[in-house]
Design a protein around this ligand. Structure first.
Ligand code: DQA
Length: 144
């Protein structure tokens, strides 16, 4: 089964959007790096982005049967979505939460994530590298 790599709102704007905070890589660049890393680790990924909260909820629900694990950058929904947390808990899969930026050195409203409560681990502040590190962690976890 693949690892679902799910990206939330505004991440389609990556590269154009506040590059001082989020870097100059586009989401397609992030996808390519993640795919290369996954391949090296013997994993497959299904990389997706949506601006719609309900679509992300549906994907997390679907992962329960179709995925081995989830890497989730829920964007701003991290700070607001109990629905996404509920879906993660129902999925009963390891979820690694990723943020490109270090949310703890940013605005106070970004310093709480509802979805962290349902995450196996959280990686933030390391840019696109965070996705690769999440894949490494899952490779170990799934092999154990
Ligand atoms: C983000 C951090 C969030 O606070 C923000 O709303 C995003 C991106 C990150 O990857 O750093 O959209 O999840």
């Amino acid at each position: 089964k693949p690892i679902y790599v799910l990206n939330g709102p505004n991440l389609n704007m990556l590269g154009l959007r506040e590059p001082a905070i989020y870097g100059s890589d586009s989401l397609d660049d992030v996808r390519k790096k993640a795919e290369a890393r996954a391949k090296a680790l013997g994993l497959t990924i299904d990389f997706r982005q949506s601006n719609i909260e309900g679509e992300l909820v549906t994907w997390v629900q679907e992962a329960r049967d179709k995925a081995a694990a989830i890497i989730l950058n829920a964007g701003a929904y991290s700070h607001s979505s109990i629905a996404l947390l509920d879906a993660m808990q129902a999925a009963e899969l390891p979820v690694i939460e990723v943020h490109l930026s270090n949310i703890f050195r940013r605005e106070p409203y970004r310093q709480h994530s509802y979805i962290s409560h349902g995450a196996k681990g959280v990686i933030c502040g390391l840019g696109a590298k965070g996705y690769e590190l999440a894949l490494e962690a899952l490779a170990d976890l799934l092999a154990a």
